[in-house]
Design a protein around this ligand. Structure first.
Ligand SMILES: Cc1cc2nc3c(=O)[nH]c(=O)nc-3n(C[C@H](O)[C@H](O)[C@H](O)COP(=O)(O)OP(=O)(O)OC[C@H]3O[C@@H](n4cnc5c(N)ncnc54)[C@H](O)[C@@H]3O)c2cc1C
Ligand SMILES: *[C@@H]1O[C@H](CO)[C@@H](O)[C@H](O)[C@H]1NC(C)=O
Ligand SMILES: *[C@@H]1O[C@H](CO)[C@@H](O)[C@H](O)[C@H]1NC(C)=O
Ligand SMILES: *[C@@H]1O[C@H](CO)[C@@H](O)[C@H](O)[C@H]1NC(C)=O
Ligand SMILES: *[C@@H]1O[C@H](CO)[C@@H](O)[C@H](O)[C@H]1NC(C)=O
Ligand SMILES: *[C@@H]1O[C@H](CO)[C@@H](O)[C@H](O)[C@H]1NC(C)=O
Length: 531
C-alpha cells in the first residue's frame, strides 16, 4: 500500500472531539486528508499543534523536512571528554534570553525548568579585549558604548511613542553620540559585540526603533539574564518533550523527512504537495517556515502566487546568519575564568570577533577545552562557503595574534553548521530592517485565505528569539482552533473578530500609529483584527 494511503487511513481514524466542527476542504481524492496541516516541526509548529490539541482539535498533521523535531534548535555530538565520550553542543539556539519572573514568565524558561535542562548564567561582563598585538585593555570603550546606548534607547522610545519615522541603528547611535571612526577597530569590535552579535546584522541594516524595542520587550520584561543551555539531551528536548504531551509514540500525525514543495491555497482549503510526490488536503494550514525559506522561491512555491502585500513583506524582512564555529584543543591556552574574548581585527570589522569558552566555570567542564567563535552576515557567508580547513587556518592565525606567548595547538575537533545554505532554514533568524513599519510586519504574519503564518519572524515583540516562535505558534494554533470551533461555524457569528482572519494592509504608510493597536501583551498589532 502506498505510504500516503496508510497515513490517510490512520489519520482519518482519529475522531475529532465534540465542540469541534469539520469544515470544508478541497477534496483531492489522492491526498491525505486532515483538518489542519502544520508545516514545520520547530518550536512554532509544535506549539501550534499543542494549542490545537489543547482546544480539542486533534485532526492535524505536522509536516517536517528533517528527520526530527526542533528546527533551528539543533545539537550535535562534538569532541571527546576525558572518558572518550562526546560532548553535546548547540549549533542553533543556545540561550534562554530573559528568564522572567512569576508575573512575567518567559515560556522557554518555564520549559527549561520543566525538563530540568542544564544551564549556566552567561556573564557578558566576563570579557577580555584583544587586538592584533595580543591582550590590550579597551574595556573603557564598552562603557562608552553603554552610555550612548542608554541615550539611544530613550530616543528610540520617543520615536515609537510619537509615531515618528524610523531610521537605521547607525543613525540612531550616531545621534546619541556613538559615532566611531571606521579605522577605530577597537570601537568597531565593541559595536559588533553590542549590536551585530545579537541582531546578526550591522547597524546600517537594522531598524533603530524596532531593534531597540525588540531588545526592550525581551530584556525589560523578562530581565537581563541570559542562561546558556548545555545539556546532553540537547536544547531541543523541550520541544520533543512538549510534543509527547499530545503525540503518541510513532504518531501517524507526524510526517518526518517530508519536504513541502508547493502550497495551493484558496478560501475553501489548502493542498500541500511534497517533493516525494505525496500530497495533503487540509481545511487550514499553518506555515512556520523561516523567512529565509519563504524568500527562496525555489524552496517552496505558492499557487496562486502570494498577493503583492505578502510578497512585499517577505522580501522586505531580513534573514540573518549567525555562525558558531567550535574547536576542541588538547589543552586550554586561554584564561580559564573568563567567558568571552573580544578580538579587534586591524583590517576587517567582524573578522572572528567574539570567542567564547565552554571550559569556563559552570559551562561544559574545565577540561573540555572547547572554544567557539561567532560570525554574522558577510563574514558568516564567506566562512560558510569555505572548507573547514580554510576556516580553521584563519582562526588559528587570529588566536596566534591574540595569544602571542602561547603555542596554539591544532584543534583535536572542529565543526560548524552552514546556516545560510541550509535548505530548511536559509539563515539563522530574522532581523527587523530599517524602514519597516508595524503594518508591513503585520503583513508577514497575516493569513492568505486559509493559509496561516507563524514563527519567530512573525512576532513583532520577540522576532529572532525562541520565545517569539513559541508565542506565535500558540497564537496561530488558537486562532485556527477558534475558526474551527462551534461559534465560528455558525454563520450568524462569522462577524466575530476571531472568526475572521488577521488584518493585512494593502496600502503601506511611512509609519504605523502605535496608539491604534494593542496586541499581545499590549504591544504590536491586534492579532485578530477584522479583515
Ligand atoms: C545559530 C542560531 C542561534 C540562535 N540563538 C538563539 C538563542 O540563543 N536564543 C533564542 O531565543 N533564539 C536563538 N535562535 C533563534 C531560534 O532558534 C529560532 O527563533 C527558533 O528556533 C525558530 O523556531 P520556528 O519554529 O519559528 O522556526 P524553525 O525552527 O525554523 O522551524 C521551521 C521548521 O520547518 C521545517 N521546514 C522548512 N522548510 C520546509 C519544507 N520545505 N518542508 C517541510 N518542512 C520544512 C524546518 O526543518 C523546521 O523544522 C538562534 C538560531 C540560530 C540558527
Ligand atoms: C496546553 O495546555 C497545557 C496544560 O494546561 C499548557 O501547559 C500548555 O502551555 C498549553 N499549550 C499551549 C500552546 O497553549
Ligand atoms: C527602551 O527601554 C528604555 C528603558 O530602559 C526606555 O527609556 C525606552 O523608551 C525604550 N525604548 C523603546 C524603543 O522601547
Ligand atoms: C592594538 O593595541 C596596541 C597596544 O595597545 C596598539 O599599540 C595598537 O595601535 C592597536 N592596534 C590598532 C589597529 O589599533
Ligand atoms: C598539546 O599539543 C601540543 C602540540 O600541538 C603539545 O605541544 C602540547 O604539549 C599538548 N598539550 C598537552 C596538555 O598534551
Ligand atoms: C485591539 O484589541 C483591543 C482589545 O484587546 C481593543 O480594545 C482595540 O480596540 C483593538 N484595536 C483595534 C485597532 O482593533
Amino acid at each position: 500500500m502506498h505510504l500516503a494511503t496508510v497515513l490517510f487511513a490512520l489519520a482519518s481514524s482519529i475522531q475529532p472531539c465534540a465542540g469541534y466542527v469539520a469544515q470544508s476542504r478541497l477534496n483531492d481524492l489522492h491526498c491525505t486528508k486532515t483538518t489542519v496541516a502544520i508545516l514545520g516541526g520547530g518550536m512554532a509548529g509544535v506549539t501550534a499543534a499543542q494549542a490545537l490539541a489543547n482546544a480539542s482539535v486533534t485532526d492535524f498533521l505536522i509536516v517536517e523536512y528533517r528527520d526530527t523535531l526542533g528546527g533551528r534548535v539543533r545539537h550535535t555530538e562534538f569532541g571527546k571528554d576525558p572518558n572518550g565520550d562526546p560532548y553535546v553542543i548547540e549549533l542553533g539556539a543556545n540561550w534562554v534570553q530573559g528568564l522572567g519572573s512569576a508575573t512575567t514568565e518567559n515560556p522557554i524558561w518555564r520549559l527549561a525548568q520543566k525538563y530540568s535542562l542544564q544551564n549556566t548564567y552567561s556573564n557578558y561582563d566576563s570579557i577580555l579585549t584583544y587586538n592584533e598585538t595580543g591582550y590590550t585593555d579597551y574595556s573603557h570603550i564598552l562603557d562608552e558604548y553603554s552610555v550612548a546606548r542608554q541615550k539611544a534607547s530613550e530616543h528610540a522610545g520617543q520615536i515609537l511613542n510619537n509615531n515618528l519615522q524610523d531610521m537605521t541603528a547607525r543613525s540612531g547611535l550616531a545621534l546619541a553620540g556613538w559615532n566611531p571612526r571606521r579605522d577605530d577597530m577597537a570601537a568597531q569590535a565593541v559595536e559588533w559585540w553590542n549590536w551585530d552579535w545579537e541582531g546578526a546584522y550591522s547597524p546600517e541594516t537594522s531598524s533603530f526603533v524596532f531593534g531597540v524595542a525588540g531588545e526592550n520587550l525581551t530584556f525589560n520584561q523578562f530581565g537581563d539574564d541570559n542562561n546558556l543551555i548545555l545539556d546532553p539531551r540537547g536544547y531541543s528536548s523541550i520541544i520533543h518533550g512538549e510534543a509527547t504531551t499530545f503525540l503518541t509514540p510513532n504518531d501517524p500525525r507526524l510526517l518526518l523527512n517530508t519536504q513541502v514543495s508547493e502550497i495551493h491555497h484558496s478560501p475553501n482549503g489548502i493542498t500541500i504537495h511534497n517533493s516525494d510526490g505525496t500530497c495533503i488536503s487540509a481545511a487550514y494550514a499553518i506555515c512556520t517556515f523561516s523567512v529565509g525559506v519563504l524568500q527562496q522561491s525555489n524552496a517552496v512555491s505558492f499557487t496562486p502566487s502570494l498577493p503583492a502585500w505578502k510578497q512585499t513583506a517577505i522580501a522586505k524582512f531580513n534573514m540573518g546568519t549567525y555562525t558558531k564555529i567550535f574547536m576542541q584543543f588538547n589543552e586550554s591556552f586561554w584564561p580559564p575564568e573568563t567567558q568571552f574574548f573580544l578580538y579587534a581585527s586591524p583590517t576587517t570589522r567582524g573578522y572572528y570577533p567574539v570567542f567564547q569558552s565552554l571550559s569556563a566555570p559552570g559551562f561544559l567542564s574545565p577540561d573540555s577545552n572547547i572554544l567557539f567563535v561567532t560570525l554574522v552576515e558577510t563574514q558568516a557567508y564567506r566562512a560558510e562557503r569555505q572548507s573547514n580547513a580554510e576556516t580553521q587556518a584563519e582562526i588559528l592565525a587570529v588566536l596566534a595574534l591574540m595569544f602571542p606567548d602561547k603555542q596554539i595547538p591544532t584543534p583535536t575537533a572542529f565543526t560548524y553548521p552552514r546556516w545560510s545554505t541550509e535548505p530548511w532554514s536559509y539563515g539563522s533568524y530574522s532581523n527587523w530592517p530599517a524602514g519597516t513599519t508595524l503594518e508591513m510586519h503585520q503583513n508577514l504574519r497575516a493569513n492568505v485565505n486559509r493559509l496561516w503564518f507563524a514563527g519567530e519572524a512573525t512576532s513583532a515583540q520577540y522576532f529572532g528569539f525562541l520565545h517569539g516562535a513559541w508565542f506565535e505558534g500558540k497564537e496561530a494554533g488558537e486562532n485556527v482552533a477558534a475558526l474551527l470551533g462551534d461559534e465560528c461555524s455558525k454563520t450568524s457569528n462569522s462577524g466575530r473578530g476571531d472568526c475572521k482572519g488577521r488584518k493585512h494592509y494593502g496600502v503601506l504608510h511611512g509609519t504605523t500609529p502605535l496608539g491604534a493597536y494593542t496586541g499581545v501583551n499590549g504591544w504590536g498589532v491586534n492579532s485578530t483584527d477584522i479583515l
